[in-house]
Design a binder for this molecule. Structure first.
Ligand SMILES: [Zn+2]
Length: 229
């Protein structure tokens, strides 16, 4: 299917591609054609394999990102990306897709997303940073190599007998002392102090934390804050 869309200017995002007729769910909206192969990723590259990047030809390169897109991706026989409607698209609507449907990681869009969707995640992230429920929403409408990477990773974890990553840190945390443990320790310390003459404390050296109650910082063991998306 060709036609049914045109390039227009948008208010906030520069150019965009708009439907000139309606498209039903599952209908191919735009047919992808590979213009040339690239040897690296960049802002206009389409990732079609784990380490393979291409430049699509035609207006498909002008389709803007949305965090709640009306199109998904199908790999066509030529290895290019077709855009397929995942929602009913009416004439006059902008055609959009999610860059995370195509790229495993995104390093070229540092600015805040301007898609305007209520589901906007603020930062344009790649597949590896997409929340699990969004991955499920996009099922069957993303570049196949992305789900292949996830499947491969899950298989490797299962082979190693490792629990899901989010549980590993919890297993290695030392047991926190209970209140009754602490009160027993205080009682034992008081008993020892009563039996032996008090020795003056040696001077504190730089970095000695005993003056702060012997605090050993847990900060170094905490994961870094989650990215703001
Ligand atoms: Zn957004």
């Amino acid at each position: 299917m060709t036609g049914g869309y045109e390039l227009q200017r948008t208010e906030a995002k520069g150019e965009g591609v708009f439907a000139t007729r309606s498209f039903q769910v599952g209908e191919t909206v735009m047919v992808g054609v590979i213009d040339c192969e690239l040897d690296h990723n960049h802002a206009h590259a389409s990732q079609v394999g784990e380490k393979r990047f291409v430049l699509h030809g035609g207006l498909i390169t002008k389709v803007n990102h949305s965090c709640d897109p009306n199109c998904g991706i199908h790999l066509n026989g030529a290895g290019a990306h077709d855009y397929v409607a995942r929602q009913l698209i009416t004439a006059g609507q902008e055609i959009t897709f999610d860059y995370a449907m195509r790229n495993y990681s995104i390093e070229h869009f540092a600015a805040h997303c301007q898609c305007g969707s209520p589901r906007c995640r603020d930062r344009i992230t790649g597949w590896k940073d997409l929340p699990a429920e969004r991955k499920a929403d996009y099922h069957g409408l993303v570049a196949p190599y992305l789900t292949a990477i996830d499947d491969q990773s899950a298989t490797q974890q299962a082979d190693l007998g490792q629990p899901p990553r989010c549980h590993q840190g919890i297993q290695h945390h030392p047991r926190q002392p209970r209140t009754d443990d602490l009160s027993d320790a205080v009682q034992r310390l008081d008993h020892l102090r009563a039996r032996r003459p008090r020795q003056p404390d040696p001077p504190l050296s730089n970095g000695d934390t005993r003056a702060l109650g012997g605090t050993t910082s847990n900060a170094a063991h905490r994961p870094p804050p989650a990215p703001g998306c």
